[in-house]
Design a protein around this ligand. Sequence first.
Ligand SMILES: NC(=O)c1ccc[n+]([C@@H]2O[C@H](COP(=O)([O-])OP(=O)(O)OC[C@H]3O[C@@H](n4cnc5c(N)ncnc54)[C@H](O)[C@@H]3O)[C@@H](O)[C@H]2O)c1
Length: 342
Amino acid sequence: MTTRVALVGAGAMGTIMARDIYPQLGGEVEVVAVVDRDPIRAHSLAAPLGARPYASLADALAHEELDAVDIRIPHAGHADAAVEALDQGLHVLVEKPLALTLADCHRVERAAAAAGRMAAVAENYPHLRAVRAARAAIEAGTVGEVLALRTTRAYTLDGVWAESAWRQGDQPMAGLLWDQATHHISLLRALAGPITAVAAHRTTRRTTPGAEAYALDLTFDSGLVAQSLYCWGTPSRAVEVEATVLGSQGMIDVAVDYEAHGGGARLVRGADVTAISEVECYYDSHALIVRDWAAAIRGGGSPLVTPTSATADVAVVIAAQTSLAAGGAPVQVQTAGAAVSP
Ligand SMILES: NC(=O)c1ccc[n+]([C@@H]2O[C@H](COP(=O)([O-])OP(=O)(O)OC[C@H]3O[C@@H](n4cnc5c(N)ncnc54)[C@H](O)[C@@H]3O)[C@@H](O)[C@H]2O)c1
């Protein structure tokens, strides 16, 4: 049976979903409505899909038989939109970061539990073939004992991503940490488990317009440590080794390619480099995310990235911001929450 979806948000990410992802998903899911406050944007994405444009989710609900909502609006609107849809009995897929506060994350968790509907978060990294292969290799003992991890996300914010005024500037949701850190936190958690503490530092003196740089020192529940580096303002590599697992018998590199199928995981021992995953493009993961969500809706299982998992990513970013405000002091990640009781 086809899942009838309203795509909420017809900006940069909504365009990728409508133009590149949903058309390749065949009969599994069908976008029947496109919602955006900007009617021109809603119309321009709806028309090629044969869907109808709406200015609000309430308007779409009033006119369409919907099963589910795919939310691709700026971070600050995620929790309200997700809760609105869940309260109306719809399944929800919502972009990362799930929300900007733990209270809002828990609000989404509670709404999903109360509605008995499938809520998933469009967090890409646990879906990447490279990350899954790296995790399997770690579990198989391929690199011996894991000793430490590092990640790097470095590029210049340009093109459509630089056009959204909310992404940079003074709004609480602006900036590199809210835009990218939940991605790498989810990557690191997928490889090494829960993170318990973070000390965060930022580059303070810079003249390059739009530049931001942060370094996070992370401690895992297992006792492992990781360093996670984020930079806006440097030209990106075609294929970046975004994560490296340092083990007693070798390393695993997780390479990510946003333009072509050059990403993948590699086992590195001295000069020996062996591919351990299929090659992929980062954007392949968006189709995997929707398929995973649609399968959970049909089959009743759990999607790979639940609101509870995404809440754990948000908790680390909030701890990092607390650490920045405290001059880089280590901060414990808040894990206990009021997810299912008010
Ligand atoms: N997972 C990924 O790889 C990835 C990549 C890019 C962006 N994102 C996420 O996607 C989200 C959207 O980013 P973007 O770059 O597309 O933003 P954008 O500014 O390009 O587009 C957002 C759109 O949402 C509309 N909008 C805002 N609030 C709305 C509301 N309440 N109801 C209806 N429409 C509303 C705006 O009019 C705009 O058209 C962000 O949260 C971002 O983190 C994820």
